[in-house]
Design a protein around this ligand. Structure first.
Ligand code: AMP
Ligand code: MG
Length: 496
């Protein structure tokens, strides 16, 4: 590969070959004075990008969109989508530009996309730009999700632009380089379905299959199988969100990637004290995307995807509907299975008994009633599972410690039926119950320091702490703590 040694980023583009119906070709709009805030060393290694090859200012220039590298074929993707249940026939990358694709060291294909890179034909009333706060929020949370083991887009670079962006206040402008295993969304399929363009849907579906689900080519009904595999990945994904207390906040169909990765970190947040109905997003008035509603919304979104695939599933509409419906209904079962098996592990059970579901539900109920911190409850539970006398920490998390005592009687008796040794159990439980999550108040402190004082220290520290979320380290103890009174962040914003 003589070539790759000479090129800072070795592009290998496939989406552009779908043809011009699928995107608009254009370059990012240059910015005044790009400066690197953060370059992700680990991720660039994985992508086979050698950061040593160029100076920092060159990378700033590349990841702001000022300099287009050979092999890059910049484009903005078109898509539609249901936003809060309302169908918008045309959306598209309004402030993002795909620079191209890179095959990483594990031979996986990745999109390299700039977010905040200027106006595109799909910008509608927007300015095509992003503020430093939202860019750093996406950097922190997406990288934290990755470290937690949750499929997600990642963040390769954050740069400031030297230009202001105007929101409720004036903010420093910034650009995020987002890396995704693919940016095709349910909304991409909807865009072509709305235009009755079956040829384009077939092309898109084949593209998604080649890129993400090559195994379905063996199936009798390829497109039905595709739907089933996407359904399965999303059932797993939302389960993982629930297991760490993550609330996406804006699960519109244009924010649901066919790859099965978490995408679009806008008003997302992790909860502190457990509340099934928790919402942070300032625009989610009805709680459509609340913590506990997320599984149903995934199913709803999958049904919208299924609708677009009907003509491919069967020429006879009635039988296509029948088959697709079966897959969508199967989701409930699949979700339940994944949710339950993950929750079992969280409370230290590695065999399954019928009454486990009740045990788990009753724990969640007392956590809700007693405003127990979600993350700390499960993390502390590992210690109590190891030694039942070690329960001071967990009891303190419940307003009424007696509620925990009552529950733990049944739990301890259930644990005694397991053959796992206490040492092994502690190890396994700690692997699924993180000590560190991007707590809202910490994220907010990091963003404020950066935006108001250009102090990136708290941001750097937080990114570092969150890179190993399952490893408790004494010096990082304070990052485990929930917000003190007055530190609570009650609302998050899209930041667009
Ligand atoms: P989101 O809520 O981030 O998923 O964005 C929804 C749609 O609005 C997408 O098509 C975005 O590209 C577009 N959008 C969001 N913010 C901006 C902006 N500042 N300028 C132009 N388009 C935007
Ligand atoms: Mg979006």
């Amino acid at each position: 590969m003589e070539n790759s040694r000479k090129t800072p980023i070795c592009f290998d583009n496939s989406f552009v070959q779908l043809g011009e119906k699928f995107y608009a070709k254009l370059n990012p709009t240059p910015v005044e004075q790009p400066e690197i805030v953060k370059l992700n060393d680990g991720l660039s290694n994985k992508l086979g990008i050698d950061l040593e090859m160029l100076e920092l200012e060159d990378w700033a220039s590349i990841f702001s969109g000022n300099r287009i590298l050979p092999g890059s074929e910049p484009l903005a993707m078109v898509y539609a989508g249901h936003q809060f249940g309302h169908l918008v026939p045309q959306l598209g990358d309004g402030r993002a530009i795909l620079l191209g694709e890179v095959i990483d060291i594990s031979s996986m294909r990745n999109d390299i996309q700039l977010k905040g890179s200027g106006i595109t034909p799909f910008s509608r009333q927007g300015d095509g730009r992003a503020g430093l706060g939202p860019v750093l929020r996406e950097y922190i949370v997406s990288e934290a999700m990755h470290a937690l083991g949750i499929p997600t887009t990642r963040s390769l670079c954050a740069v400031t632009t030297g230009e202001p962006v105007y929101r409720e206040t004036v903010l420093p402008g910034a650009v995020l380089t987002r890396v995704a295993s693919g940016h095709v969304r349910t909304g991409t399929f909807q865009y072509f379905a709305l235009r009755d363009d079956e040829k384009a849907i077939t092309k898109l579906a084949n593209y998604v299959i080649d890129r993400h689900y090559p195994e379905v080519k063996e199936s009798r009904n390829t497109y039905l199988k595709l739907l089933e595999r996407v359904m399965d990945r999303h059932a797993k994904l939302v389960t993982k969100w629930l297991h760490v207390g993550f609330i996406h906040g804006v699960m519109n169909t244009d924010n649901m990637a066919l790859s099965g990765e978490t995408i679009d970190y806008g008003p997302c947040a992790f909860m502190d004290s457990f509340n099934k109905t928790q919402v942070f997003s300032s625009i989610d008035h009805s709680g459509r995307y609340s913590y506990g509603n997320q599984p149903q919304i995934v199913q709803w979104n999958l049904a919208r995807l299924a609708e677009t695939l009907l003509p491919l599933i069967d020429k006879k509409q009635e039988s296509a509907v029948e088959m697709a419906k079966e897959v969508i209904e199967l989701y409930s079962e699949r979700f339940k299975e994944y949710w339950l098996s993950g929750m079992r592990r969280k409370i230290g059970l590695f065999t399954s008994e019928k009454e486990d579901e009740n045990l788990i539900e009753s724990l969640l109920n007392i956590m809700h009633e007693n405003e127990a911190d979600f993350t700390l409850t499960f993390r502390s539970l590992s210690d109590t599972a190891f030694d039942s006398k070690n329960n001071r920490k967990i009891r303190n998390l419940f307003k009424d410690a007696g509620a925990f005592d009552n529950w733990s009687e049944s739990w301890l008796s259930r644990l005694s039926c397991e053959s796992t040794s206490p040492e092994e159990r502690l190890k396994l439980m700690r692997k699924v119950n993180p000590a560190f999550i991007p707590r809202n108040h910490r994220v907010e402190q990091a963003l404020n320091a950066a935006v108001e004082n250009l102090d990136y220290g708290p941001f750097e520290k937080l990114v570092d702490v969150l890179s190993s979320p399952y490893e408790e380290i004494k010096e990082k103890d304070e990052f485990m703590l929930p917000p003190k009174p007055g530190e609570h962040v009650l609302q998050t914003f899209c930041g667009t």
